[in-house]
Design a protein around this ligand. Sequence first.
Ligand SMILES: *Cc1c(COP(=O)(O)O)cnc(C)c1O
Length: 372
Amino acid sequence: MNLCDFAPEYIRSIQPYQPGKPISELAREMGVDEAHVIKLASNENPLGTSPLALDAMITALHDVALYPDGSGYELKTALSKRYDVASEQIILGNGSNDILDLAARVFLKPGAAAVYSQHAFAVYPLVVQMIGAIGISVPARDFGHDLHAMLDAITPETRIVFIASPNNPTGTLSSENELFQFMERVSHDVLVVMDEAYYEYLPEANKPDSIEWLGKFPNLLITRTFSKIYGLAGVRIGFGLTHPDVANLMNRVRQPFNVSSIALVGALAGLQDGEFVQKSYALNRAGMLQLSDGFRKLGIEYIPSYGNFISFQVPGDANNTLKVYQSLLRQGIIVRPLGIYEMPHHLRVTVGLESENKRFLESLENALGEIA
Ligand SMILES: *Cc1c(COP(=O)(O)O)cnc(C)c1O
């Protein structure tokens, strides 16, 4: 036996997560300047980072010889004020993916189960499988979560339900009403992880009052991130809001310094930068219209999205979809193929700057011409 054969079967069978192709990689492969490449593959903020956050992080670089504040005191205090929750209800993560991982490690074990939707964020099955627990994938309805079916799919072994709203990569939203009813019906023995990575991109009318529900449901964990609208994906910081007892368990499992000092100050400053958030929101709304108009003009079907990205269907077979993906790459545009999400006919594009969306649509038209 080889050493690696001793790794548990559930580890050896994990399919590696496929991130969006980095700009530098495509530029290298194509022998072009990086400036020519547009990455619309990872739902990053096309405006970059909040300038307040950037300044704070540059200043903080001088102190990187020191360990970060492992308790995240200042950021938690600011979050606690912003969201009107106790600091004891907050857990900080190295990206919100870290929070998803901590939830799995606290509540799952081999033989336990977690429920999530078909076409839901790929990190859910990943963190479940890492524990050797069972993932129960519930068929989607119109690409969105079927919350009734998800409730019915819960078994006595189920300890976690993951709900993404808006979901990535479909951009679908579960209504406040549906979510609340789900919370009322689900057993308090099951942790409901409400992943709200795109919450700040929602119009006010569509934002659920989920944080207010924390007082009512001790089994609710809300996750948010600084990766998306705050433009801090590279420094990795997100947070969870939950019952203090749940936060306490998660805090025991996390690495003592799971969030870097740079991420802590970046998030703290970003949180105060309402102007940047507003600007990013407005740009996304305009870009979403631009892209959906463009798709309609090209006769392309797309899934209406509440995030900062949109998934669209390439006509013909799945091979055509890959051809369009490749053609876009050759034209210097990186989008995301969705085969691993059981959506082999779709590609996901992140809403970019107006000029980027325009170049994307022109390149898509070229690509469609090539396969016709
Ligand atoms: C991008 C995204 C996240 C955020 O991941 P981070 O680890 O915070 O960068 C979480 N959930 C969903 C559904 C996402 O699309």
